[in-house]
Design a protein around this ligand. Sequence first.
Ligand code: LLP
Length: 437
Amino acid sequence: MFERKINGKGHLEIGGADAVALAEKFGTPLYVYDENYIRGMMRVFRKTLEQEYDGNGLVLYASKAFSCMGMYAIAKSEGLGADVVSGGELYTALKAGFPAEKMMMHGNNKLKDELALAVKNNVGWIVVDSLYEADMLNELTKEAGKVQNILLRINPGVEAHTHAYVQTATPDSKFGFSVADGSAKETVKNLLTKTNLCLKGFHCHIGSKIFEKQSFVLAAEKCFAFLSELKGLGFEAEVLNLGGGYGIHYTKEDPDLNFSDYADYFKALIDAVKSECKKRNLKRPYLCIEPGRSIVGEAGITLYKVGAIKEIKGIKKYLAVDGGMFESPRYCLYGSKYEAMLANRANEAPTEVVSIAGKCCESGDLIGEGFNLPQAKSGDILAVFSTGAYHYSMASNYNRNPVPPVVIVKDGNAEYLVKPQTYEDLIRNDVLPQSEK
Ligand code: LLP
């Protein structure tokens, strides 16, 4: 877990830096990441793969959780691959010098331009998710005189216990081809006829925020049952990507996992892979996983300044902060819960329960409800925990609010990963109509 350290001044610390000093120096709202935590998590997955599976595979950072050039640079230096899902993520990774051969491209409706960019740059694997895409990709690679390594996204039909919107492998998912109804096998037959595509294996991802080891193990077992079935076609998978999805600690309702617990999750998956290979007499595939949230989620906190405070007698008390759904969309989207602390009064015991409102023109614009805090004053610095995944990456300019900057802290030293957006940035692509110029 991310350790909530408090310094001698009674201030919250992150990455060895005083959170209040960070808020003063960089302004609020501010996304702050602890670099050691990110690197620590990356190493946990990479080392587990080395120790338990002779390093025969690749840990891909699922960059949708938090994508910017600096993150790809960190993933590269830790020896990870990257999962990219759009031309934008691919472009950002390439600009950061990330090796294309260690990238895997996902998406249920990749655009022709996105595929062309991937082919041009020799992306390691493209995960095909429709026949429409396979045909388009085959044409593109033919034109380029190349053969592209692909995986097929399959749906093993495992129901993971998580929020409906973040589930991806239930029978009615928009992702993948169902193993159960035979469409995955039919698609394999089709893909094997494509002259410029080389089917290397399969990918599945059963969902996100999952804590049940058994869900991952079950998905692996279902994948191997499918791999066995394919023996009849004379096809043996060389690569198997079992996706991401490990849960993190948001509130007391969630388990609090430390680094070695994540190693255990991955080890359980590897054990299942090994035993399935043995049982079914299959060659051990090159094994990939692609965690996102678990690498960056707890590594990130968001700092805000408390502004207006409003109490609706007998009903609720709102603390309004200088952020909102434009930079913290998960409460509005999924009803996600968080824990928070007054970073400048971190030693004080909570005395009241409050709702934290954003500054957007919308009643539902909340950072969350039910926060236990000491009685806050305007000007206090509020820290919300576990905001490192799917916050910055899902931020918008709603109400023309600039997306806050991102800083990363290591051993007390903070630097920008993403500089603040300015008002000038907001109008950069705006054009007045001819008639009004
Ligand atoms: N691989 C694939 C194919 C995925 O679709 C995802 C997440 C991942 C890997 C990484 O999963 P993770 O380890 O981060 O759980 N916006 C939602 C989460 C959507 C997840 C989408 N796919 C949220 O804020 O909870």
